[in-house]
Structures are given as structure tokens and as C-alpha cells.
Write a protein that binds this ligand. Structure first.
Ligand SMILES: Nc1ncnc2c1ncn2[C@@H]1O[C@H](COP(=O)(O)OP(=O)(O)OP(=O)(O)O)[C@@H](O)[C@H]1O
Ligand SMILES: O=P(O)(O)OC[C@H]1O[C@H](OP(=O)(O)OP(=O)(O)O)[C@H](O)[C@@H]1O
Ligand SMILES: O=C(O)c1cccnc1
Ligand SMILES: [Mg+2]
Length: 557
């Protein structure tokens, strides 16, 4: 059933930015160590030193080679309203050592993010490992306090929108995808977040009413088995009248009309005996309540012997009164087979009784669906028009987290590096710029990071793109288009213009367009080709110079 379009979440028109959607997102939604470090920075007189942090992830999720970036708007809402209340400051005071000086808490009282700058890739973009999704600059103590909330706000958001995009990719563009996960999500924020970010990733609608209200996501739904099994018999239906859709007259006994149709179907079909009468009562009653939106869950008793003929009888009776039924939902059994059989049945009714469009009724399928089952259904062939997907989608069952990190890359204009035995964990130092370079065929070819002050890559000009850590991996690229990735979403005192936060629908469109623009081999499920992420020759040399500088030389005994 379709619900009214609620329109986008209202924002104040005076340019101020609303606080985070979830009121639990406060400066205290943080790890204790951010506050202890803030105190130590303050005590050392270091808290105002200008730091630059990059927020990025190291590996694409779900065995894929792409990620959808989500969660930016909530980060900007957070910093735009960042302020510790007296109560929160008292709690921080109690949580730190009693030896902490009072003046630190006065400092916390005056703290906000007006001196912080945030540069980010637009939300809904397709993104790749190591490329900063956000670059955050500001006094080190404040920026440090942003790490945990930012990582928290981006990690699940990007993971679940990527999961949604992957489900969309397997299901195909023409299918309707409904997010049904609220009951199975990791708590209320997991549920509301999943609804928002699955919409960005390409789902069409959600069953989550709160998400519909908060974000203007289209609401959709059917009914449950409980509704069907709550009916015992047709006698329960007391008001049997239904006005024709055009209002010209009223059918006084809709139940008899349904029964007449059921007998006709039984005569014509001949393969089944009695259908389940309590199911027929439930369907009839639902149709009386929603004659314009009749959709029935047909698998409570027996799909082909009861659910489908009962549904058809009600749908045909509605048709007599000028209403058009919507379709069915299958929630168990072999969904490929049952969708085929249901479609065959609908088509035979269309032919037998001359009801145009009956063969095209919408078949929705649900029940523990995921990328693999969608793929299996595609391989077998099926007649499903819409998929309702819950648990596997919203819990990101296939991968629990996206491993987003927040690393210091510069302090007081001095580049910093974090070394690791594991090369993939070595951070890329310096305040950087990033670009996406497009090739002749219009596909993105490579993302490249350069130092902040290097000249940008130019269209038609050959540039050397180097793997950040592997010396032998490099390639020349002559870009046909160059797109700078980081934009200013929070200018601090820089005087730069602030990007506006687009409505959710625009973010979703951006995501869908970007996914379509990628070269297909990066997007395939099995052994996708990694997208190239590189650094300029100059940045490469600098990384390795700094690496050697910082790494102690071992001594063999
Ligand atoms: N044709 C198909 N090919 C592959 N997987 C399918 C197909 N049809 C259904 N599935 C999947 O098989 C699983 C069936 O699960 P299970 O056997 O637990 O459910 P069921 O017995 O059909 O229904 P329930 O127990 O919910 O009444 C689900 O994950 C479903 O998505
Ligand atoms: O299967 P999911 O992908 O999580 O999708 C949502 C499921 O939730 C509902 O039933 P529920 O699972 O609560 O009960 P059921 O399994 O008995 O149908 C619905 O019928 C779907 O099957
Ligand atoms: O509307 C539905 O059919 C629905 C909603 C949530 C979970 N399962 C099904
Ligand atoms: Mg279930």
C-alpha cells in the first residue's frame, strides 16, 4: 500500500542548520580518550595548534570494489550545533581525574566549531579506499573531539547505503525495492538510519513510518500473516457494502460478489477444491477497507490452492466496481516458482474473463532475501516485480563495519605520518587535494591525491599516477575531465563559500547516477576489478621521504 508523500524534512530558511536527527548525537557521544587528550593538549598549551585530519576507509565492503559515501549531512548538523552544556561539562569533570584544572572546563564551556573547516566529497558519491571522504582542519583539541562522532555517523551510513546499492545492482533497475528492516535493525537508530541510507543507495521506499516523517522517504507496505489468520469466517464481515469507485451506486453485498467470482474461478480452473474461507474473509475485509490499494499476502495457508484464487476473486469483484487491485506478496516457499505460477494464473484470468491488465498485477516477494538469493532468483528466472528486504539489508549481515578511520596528516603545517607493519595501514601524510580523472569513454579512470599546493591535473595533460606504496605500480593518464573531490561544507574562518546540504532525493540521484557511470567491471559481483587510487609523483616522493625519516633503523645483533 502506498502512503502519501510527506515532502522533505523542513529546514529553517534562515541559513541555520538543524541539529543531528538523533538527539543522542551530542559532544558526549564520544570516547573518553578524546576528552583526556583534549585536557592533555590544553595542559601542554597545545590545544590551539592547527591540525589537519583525514577521514577515510581502507577497504571496500562486501568483497566489492566500490563504496557509497553517506552520513555527511549528519556530521555537518553535528558541528554546526556543537556546544557542551553545563550539565555535560560537569559530567566530563566527574569522568576525568580530580586533578584536572578548573580553567580547562571554562575552556570547554566556550568551545564550538567556528574555527573548524570541513571539506568533504558530496554525500551519495561513489568513493574508494584511502581517498579522504572528509578533511577536517582546526584547533587540535576540538578536531580530536570530532573523531568518534564523525566516524560513527559515517561508518554505518556508508556501509548500509553500499549494501543497498549492491542489492539494487543485483535486482536490476526495473524492480521496486522496499526496505522492510525496522524490526530487525540494530536498535532504533540502526532502523531509522538504515531506512535513510538504503534510500540513498537506491531503494524506492520504506515501511518505517518514522523515517517517512523525518526524511520524506516514500512509505510502502502490505499486511502480515496475523491479519489473515485473525479472521475465522466471512460471517465476521458485518458491513458488506462498497460504493463503486465512480460513486454512481453501491454494491450492498460485496461478500456475495466475491463468492460469485470465486465459484467462476473454481469452475474455470477446476484444479482446486475449497479455498480457505478465513483467508477469503481477511482479503475481502481488507479490500473493503482499501478498495483502491488492495494487495494481499497469499502464503498463509497455500499459495496456489487458496491464496491466489482467493485474491483473484476479491480483485475481480473490485474490478466490477471500478477498482483496480494492486497485487500480491509472497513470503515463503520457492519464490521463483510461485511467482511464475501466480503470473500464469493472473494471465489465464485475464484471458478467460477478458480483464485487461490482470496479468500485470504486481508480485512482491519477501523472506530472508539478500544479494545471493536475488542473484539465484535472477538465474532461475522469476516474475517478481518488487522485493521487500529486511534483515540482511539493514543489519549489513555480510559485513559488520566499514573500518572508517580518522588520521592526523598535518600539524602546524608539518606533515605527519602513521607507520604500520601492515603497509595498507600506513597513513598518507599532508594536507591534500583529491581529483577524479575521467577517460575517453567517460568512465572515471583513477582518483589521485596531490599536495595542497601542487598544480591541479589538467584536461588533456598527461599526468603520472602512482600507487601510494608500491613503486612498480604507476600509469600515465591524459584526463578528458577532471573533478576535484573535496568541497567546502564548513568554512570556519576561511571565508570560503559553504556548499549547501542538498535534499535527500538529490543525494539519492547523485548516488544512482554515479553508480551508473562506473565501468562495469568495477561493479560486478564476482572478482571485480579494483578501481585505481593513486598519488602524484611529488606526493609519492614525499610520503617515502617522510616514511624513511620517521622509521627507526633496526640494528642486527
Ligand atoms: N527460488 C529460490 N532460489 C533460491 N532461494 C530462494 C528461492 N525461493 C526462496 N528462496 C530463499 O530460500 C529461503 C527459504 O527459507 P525457509 O525455507 O526458511 O523459508 P520457507 O520455509 O519458505 O518460509 P517460512 O519458514 O518463512 O514460512 C529464503 O531465504 C528465501 O529467500
Ligand atoms: O525476511 P526479511 O528480509 O527480514 O524481511 C522482512 C520480513 O519481516 C516480515 O515477517 P517476519 O520475518 O517478522 O515474520 P515471518 O518470518 O514469520 O514472516 C515479512 O513477512 C518479511 O518476511
Ligand atoms: O509491509 C510489509 O509487508 C512488511 C513490513 C515490514 C516487514 N515485513 C513486511
Ligand atoms: Mg521472516
Amino acid at each position: 500500500m502506498e502512503a502519501k508523500d510527506n515532502g522533505p524534512n523542513q529546514r529553517p530558511s534562515n541559513g541555520t542548520i538543524n541539529g543531528p536527527t538523533n538527539p543522542m548525537v551530542t559532544p558526549l557521544l564520544n570516547d573518553l580518550y578524546q576528552f583526556t587528550m583534549a585536557y592533555a593538549y590544553w595542559k601542554a598549551g597545545k590545544h590551539q595548534e592547527r591540525a589537519v585530519f583525514d577521514l577515510y576507509f581502507r577497504k571496500n565492503p562486501f568483497g566489492g570494489e566500490y563504496t557509497v559515501f553517506s552520513g555527511l549531512e549528519e556530521c555537518i548538523r553535528f558541528i554546526a550545533n556543537f556546544k557542551l552544556t553545563d550539565d555535560e561539562i560537569d559530567f566530563v569533570r566527574q569522568s576525568l581525574s580530580p586533578a584536572c584544572e578548573d580553567a580547562f572546563f571554562d575552556y570547554l564551556r566556550g568551545l564550538d566549531c567556528s574555527d573548524v573547516e570541513v571539506y568533504a566529497i558530496p554525500e551519495g558519491s561513489v568513493v574508494f579506499p584511502k581517498i579522504p571522504l572528509l578533511r577536517v582542519e582546526g584547533p587540535i583539541a576540538v578536531v580530536q573531539l570530532l573523531e568518534t562522532p564523525f566516524v560513527n555517523l559515517i561508518n554505518f551510513a556508508s556501509l548500509v547505503s553500499t549494501n543497498a546499492a549492491r542489492h539494487r545492482k543485483v535486482a536490476g533497475k526495473s524492480k521496486t525495492l522496499l526496505e522492510f528492516g525496522l524490526r530487525r535493525a540494530q536498535g532504533p537508530d540502526g532502523g531509522v538510519g538504515a531506512s535513510k541510507y538504503c534510500y540513498i543507495g537506491g531503494f524506492d521506499a520504506t515501511s518505517n513510518v518514522a523515517a517517512g516523517k523525518l526524511f520524506g522517504i516514500p512509505l510502502r507496505g502490505t499486511h502480515s500473516h496475523a491479519f489473515v489468520s485473525s479472521y475465522m469466517s466471512l460471517d465476521e464481515i458485518t458491513d458488506r457494502s462498497l460504493r463503486r469507485k465512480d460513486g454512481s451506486s453501491t454494491c450492498e453485498d460485496f461478500v456475495s460478489l466475491v463468492q460469485t467470482w470465486l465459484s467462476k474461478i473454481q469452475l474455470f480452473n477446476g484444479v482446486f477444491g475449497e479455498t480457505n474461507q478465513s483467508e477469503l474473509a481477511a482479503f475481502t475485509s481488507y479490500a473493503l477497507a482499501f478498495p483502491d490499494n488492495f494487495l494481499a499476502l497469499v502464503d498463509t495457508y497455500d499459495v496456489m490452492r487458496s491464496g491466489i484464487p482467493n485474491f483473484c476473486a476479491v480483485a475481480l469483484a473490485l474490478g466490477d466496481l471500478g477498482y483496480k487491485a494492486v497485487g500480491i506478496r509472497l513470503d515463503s516457499g520457492d519464490l521463483a516458482y510461485l511467482s511464475y505460477e501466480s503470473r500464469k494464473f493472473f494471465c489465464s484470468i485475464e484471458n478467460e474473463f477478458g480483464v485487461p491488465g490482470f496479468g500485470k498485477l504486481i508480485i512482491t516477494a519477501s523472506n530472508d532475501l539478500n544479494e545471493e538469493t536475488l542473484d539465484a532468483l535472477n538465474k532461475q528466472g522469476h516474475e517478481v516485480d518488487a522485493f521487500g528486504i529486511g534483515t540482511y539489508l539493514v543489519t549489513c549481515y555480510a559485513q559488520a563495519a566499514l573500518g572508517v578511520v580518522f588520521k592526523l596528516v598535518e600539524i602546524n603545517n608539518q606533515p605527519r605520518i602513521k607507520l604500520s607493519e601492515d603497509v595498507s595501514k600506513v597513513s598518507i601524510p599532508c594536507k591534500k587535494r583529491s581529483y577524479r580523472l575521467y577517460g575517453k569513454e567517460g568512465y572515471p579512470l583513477v582518483d589521485i591525491m596531490t599536495g595542497e599546493n601542487e598544480p591541479p591535473p589538467k584536461v588533456g595533460e598527461r599526468i603520472l599516477c602512482r600507487h601510494p606504496f608500491q613503486e612498480s605500480k604507476r600509469a600515465y593518464v591524459v584526463p578528458q575531465q577532471v573533478e576535484e573531490l573535496l568541497r567546502c561544507y564548513w568554512p570556519g574562518y576561511s571565508g570560503k563559500e559553504r556548499e549547501t546540504l542538498p535534499p535527500l532525493k538529490e543525494i539519492r540521484e547523485r548516488c544512482i547516477n554515479q553508480l551508473e557511470q562506473m565501468r562495469p567491471d568495477h561493479m560486478r559481483k564476482l572478482n571485480p576489478t579494483p578501481y585505481k587510487v593513486s598519488v602524484s609523483a611529488k606526493l609519492y616522493d614525499f610520503i617515502h621521504f617522510l616514511w624513511l625519516n620517521e622509521a627507526p633503523v633496526g640494528e642486527l645483533q
